[in-house]
Design a protein around this ligand. Structure first.
Ligand SMILES: [Zn+2]
Length: 273
């Protein structure tokens, strides 16, 4: 059985051991997402400085591939606008983030990564920074459209309105809504179907069952962050396999799992598992 975690980080605690746990629990495929530049001791002065971030991440993904099938997602975290902006000004931060996204897109074009990650801050920022953040996200959509890849999005908490607003930005750029994957989604499968953006549902609590009861148009994630101070945060590496297996006990069959963990992933990212 194929079991995929759509969004996980491995960088400073258990690292590959966490992936061994995922595998032991039944996990077979994972999308590993790069983190903020400072996690790689990079303090970017230009977009090119993200090459070190991406190269380090790709090297981790290569090691991960000895354990399960792992794919790279190269991100420019939306919080960078605050971090880089406080050093170099928000306009310069915007320019750096856009350039870094273009570089991420080049890696996807070369087949070394399957998607890029962007979004906008999940915390309150002033209207100027909000506007610039939306500009960065729009640029990520432009890059994705050109490369023909998906964008994982880190954003403020989900609401129907915010998702519609983002869907419209994708329309303006000409990026298909289904290529926009909302990371950290609630199990509102029907609403997402209506909006067109693809939900990556956080597998905690009863989310997986709640999502499954509404249909099969979703993928699953733990957003495992591998932080020694918060060992099981956001969710532990075994969560997706465990919750997927629970679905079987609730009467969902293997075809259903196949749809969520294989077909949906293949369709979003244009890959074959
Ligand atoms: Zn994450």
């Amino acid at each position: 059985m194929i079991i995929t975690d759509n969004h996980m980080h491995l960088y400073r605690h258990l690292k590959l051991e966490a992936l061994e746990e995922f595998k032991k629990a039944g996990g077979t495929h994972v999308l590993l997402v790069s983190l903020l530049a400072h996690h790689y001791d990079v303090s970017p002065k230009s977009g090119r400085d993200y090459v070190k971030v991406f190269e380090e991440h790709l090297s981790l993904v290569r090691k991960a591939n000895k354990i399960v099938k792992a794919y790279a997602v190269l991100g420019v975290h939306p919080a960078e606008i605050t971090i880089i902006g406080s050093r170099l000004g928000f306009e310069k931060a915007t320019e750096i983030m856009k350039e870094a996204l273009e570089i991420a897109g080049e890696y996807v074009a070369k087949g070394e990564a399957v998607a890029i990650k962007s979004g906008r801050p999940h915390y309150r920022v002033d209207s100027h920074v909000w506007k610039l953040s939306n500009e960065v996200m729009r640029h990520a959509f432009e890059v994705a459209k050109e490369v023909g890849c998906a964008v994982q999005l880190h954003t403020e908490s989900y609401s129907f309105e915010m998702a519609m607003e983002i869907a419209k930005i994708a329309d303006e750029v000409g990026l298909k809504r289904e290529k926009v994957v909302k990371h950290f989604s609630p199990p509102k499968v029907k609403e997402f179907e209506e909006i067109g953006i693809f939900p990556s549902v956080l597998a905690g609590n009863d989310n997986v069952l709640t999502a499954a009861k509404q249909g099969s148009r979703f993928v699953l994630e733990t957003d495992y962050i591998d932080d020694p101070k918060r060992p099981g945060a956001v969710l532990g590496p075994k969560t997706v396999p465990r919750k997927v297996k629970e679905l079987l006990k609730h009467g969902f069959d293997e075809d259903f799992i196949y749809k969520i963990c294989k077909e949906n992933i293949e369709k979003i990212y244009g890959i074959e598992l």
